[in-house]
Design a protein around this ligand. Sequence first.
Ligand code: UT7
Length: 352
Amino acid sequence: MNTLRNSTITGWGFYAPERVVTNDELAERLDTSDEWIRTRSGIGERHIAGPDEFTSTMSVRAAERAMERAGITAHDLDLILVATSSPDYLTPPVSSQIQDMLGADRAGAMSLVVGCTGFVYAVVTAHQFIATGAASTVLVIGAETISRNLNWEDRSTCVLFGDGAGAVVMQPTEQEAGVMAHVLGSDGSGAEHLIQNSGGTRNPPTAESIAAGDNYLQMNGREVFKFATTKMGESLDQVLAQAGITADDIDLFIPHQANARIIEYAAQKAGIPMEKVVMNVERYGNTSAATIPIALAEAFEAGRIKPGDTLALVGFGAGLTWAACLFQLAAEPIAPSRRRKHQHPAVEGFIA
Ligand code: UT7
């Protein structure tokens, strides 16, 4: 019988569009204020894709950085997983566009549509492929161009979101590492709380539905807030119990970045001090499936993550869905199949 393998993260990268839109800029054309947005959500600014930027192109930028850090080429990839709810097209899947743009000639590619929770689902999925030996080098991306799905006249949604992409490379290791515990949750009865009513096959876009703004993201903020605070705490408790560890054993908590108040509430409830929490919602807003990989990549770049660390990734979003994952990084460098000559200094300690 085959034994299961462990996995670890060997590369990371992110990309945020150059264009930054501040709260004050939004307040010039909407009935809102920097004060309201900061107090209610903790958001100060967000990056918005330029006319030539798409989920595919931003993903490629993030992926190229992650592959460079891992010391691999696109040819080394066995599988590409892309978590997004704002693909370039409904068909074909954006994962195939990304595979082609990267030149990943050996890789299978698929998209996961799990709202803001998608990246955590994708990391857990990548781990299963690596654990079983079905794939060895997996590129996991979370990317969104959510600005194009927003009604920019609806102050209750448009001020909250931003665009961007984050990516990690996951590879097998013989050390104790990988997904220690996970919870993948779904409650479709809450679908109406976060929905784009038109644009799919149930309500194909018509002149009327477009005029009514049904193709834009609509959100019942209060309901999602209640759901998020409950599920973040519950799912974190569940994975800690599964792994047989306590919140003290978490080195870094990397939650979905939708609202600073939700993050602070979850951290406080779990007893995790804020210095162990990654929070960048102030600078990016809610980039949906991209928040966790962007936060993760920023934490790696800032030297906040050490080899052997235990990371807690917790997401929630449309569906409604939620997911939590405790991920232990390999303590010793792993030897990747290929390594570039000039390694970025931040990767020292993560790969041989
Ligand atoms: O990624 C997952 C998806 N999203 C989320 O996780 C979001 C979860 N929800 C939230 O973060 C919060 O509920 C919000 C930030 C969306 C809203 O905060 P809140 O404290 O729940 O505010 P509220 O919805 O209760 O609205 C308070 C008031 C309302 O006015 P009335 O009805 O009290 O007169 C809104 O009309 O604030 C008004 N309002 C605004 N005012 C100024 C709503 N949006 C704005 C705005 N500027 N942009």
